[in-house]
Design a binder for this molecule. Structure first.
Ligand SMILES: Cc1cc2nc3c(=O)[nH]c(=O)nc-3n(C[C@H](O)[C@H](O)[C@H](O)COP(=O)(O)OP(=O)(O)OC[C@H]3O[C@@H](n4cnc5c(N)ncnc54)[C@H](O)[C@@H]3O)c2cc1C
Length: 426
């Protein structure tokens, strides 16, 4: 009886209606608790949303499902009514002006340039193993040797993270680099992946939102948080109060900016968090089967993008008959100004230079996307700054979670699990 009474009194504000926020809402609802989601966009789903342009379906670049836990897998399968396609990864690496299968560290011997092959082999025979790896560079040298580092790992990761790799910690990012030492038949976390069979990735948040829509405020941008009064200021000077719990899934730097009375050292730590943004070009092409891969990696610094993927090879439902669709991703350093049109033109030129497109290809759908918070950068001060923020948020009783709320490198399944955990904690 006591427990029931307490539950009735508790009320949780969920900031952000991406997968983490929606999952928190679902799990709170299951536990019979009250909640309200504040989502700034007209639609929930966050980065797991999709777009329909000229009969093409585009995502925020490739959003593929891979499962680590039974709970995550079963939860997502149930939401999508088992309507999932299973794909075995087909990926290649563009290196020294030719394509070899991914991962580079397993297939480099297929390169025509024998000098590069010899260097990679030599390094692999003598990896620079250490008892403790202090930087991402040290970890890469220790796991794949100097040749592979020089010819793929360094240029690829420097292009993606926009910094030298001795400025990064060895964890976080490394979980997504296939390790040779593990002697697995199928390298990497994504050798097998899933995708909604009936449409784009938005099917996932849509299914989840349908279960909590009556408690979701859309077009409700959070503009301020009073942690003492437990009040949320949103939209056009609107206020909602009386929240016993606050779960935020907003990017950490944004959350701290919005908190009334956050101390100076906390604001400074939040400003120091590093991330990279992604400028992506989604294209619909008037030619079928332009490539046999699901995605391609590009380490060459002269090529603008670090990755290109093909929606149409993941699901034919994503484009009209006799066409193909792709995304190209360019990494942008935190706060860097760039000319969207110039980058888009360079991407198109590079797609032809790398043989992805032919000069005569017609572009029949085009969408440029800017993802401000795309990848957290695990710089050497990551732990120090995060510790300050976590301690403060703990003190003012705000749970900050999800990929950008927790400030980590995680996937959609993790978002579901993070939301579940936050609901249990609140
Ligand atoms: C380029 C890229 C590729 C990816 N590929 C994959 C993949 O292949 N597989 C995979 O599993 N994962 C992938 N991910 C990760 C995946 O997108 C995330 O793990 C997941 O979507 C995070 O969900 P979230 O709810 O934590 O955050 P978000 O999706 O960012 O949701 C946060 C929500 O908060 C809202 N919001 C922000 N500010 C405010 C405010 N002031 N007021 C109210 N609302 C606000 C936003 O509109 C958004 O809806 C990728 C991510 C990126 C960037």
């Amino acid at each position: 009886m006591e427990r029931f009474k307490l539950r009735q009194k508790s009320r949780t504000a969920i900031l952000g209606g991406g997968l983490t926020g929606l999952s928190a809402a679902f799990h709170l609802k299951q536990a019979g608790k009250e909640f309200l989601i504040f989502e700034k966009e007209e639609k929930a789903g966050g980065l797991a949303g999709s777009f329909s342009i000229n009969k093409f379906s585009f995502d925020y670049t490739g959003h593929f499902l891979h499962f680590k836990t039974c709970y995550g897998r079963e939860f997502i399968k149930k939401l999508l009514k088992n309507n999932l396609t299973r794909n075995l990864r087909k990926a290649s690496v563009f290196a020294d002006y030719e394509y070899i299968p991914y991962p580079f560290q397993v297939h480099f011997a297929k390169l025509k340039n024998r000098a590069i092959v010899a260097e990679c082999k030599k390094g692999l025979e003598k990896p620079e193993i250490r008892k403790e790896y202090k930087t991402f560079k040290e970890w890469l040298l220790g796991t794949s040797g100097r040749g592979i580092y020089k010819h793929f790992m360094a240029p690829y990761n420097e292009k993606l993270y926009q910094c030298k790799l001795d400025k990064l910690l060895p964890f976080g990012t490394s979980a997504y680099v296939p390790e040779l030492q593990k002697k697995k038949k199928n390298y990497g976390y994504n050798f097998k992946f899933f995708y909604p069979a009936g449409g784009a990735i938005e099917k996932l948040p849509e299914a989840l939102e349908a279960l909590v829509f009556d408690r979701t405020l859309l077009s409700a941008e959070v503009k301020g948080i009073d942690p003492v009064k437990r009040e949320i200021i949103y939209g056009q000077d609107r206020k909602a109060g009386g929240f016993t719990d606050i779960i935020s899934t907003l990017p950490l730097p944004e959350l701290i900016r919005l908190i009334k009375g956050a101390p100076e050292n906390v604001r400074t730590a939040a400003k120091k968090l590093k991330y990279i943004s992604v400028f992506a070009l989604n294209l619909g092409i008037g030619r079928e089967r332009i490539n046999k891969n699901h995605w391609l990696y590009f380490a060459d610094p002269k090529i603008s993008f670090y990755r290109v993927g093909f929606y149409s090879n993941v699901s034919r439902k994503l484009c009209p008959p006799l066409t193909s669709s792709l995304y190209a991703e360019v990494s942008i350093k935190k706060g860097e100004r760039f000319d969207k049109n110039k980058v888009a033109e360079k991407i198109k030129k590079d797609l032809i230079a790398t043989g992805v497109l032919k000069k005569y290809d017609s572009i029949i759908a085009e969408q440029a996307l800017f993802i401000k918070y795309a990848y957290v950068v695990f710089d050497l001060d990551y732990k120090k700054n995060l510790e300050i923020l976590r301690k403060y948020l703990n003190e003012i009783k705000i749970i900050s979670t999800g990929r950008y709320g927790g400030w980590n490198y995680s996937a959609m399944e993790d978002a579901i699990l993070d939301g579940k955990k936050a609901a249990r904690l609140s």
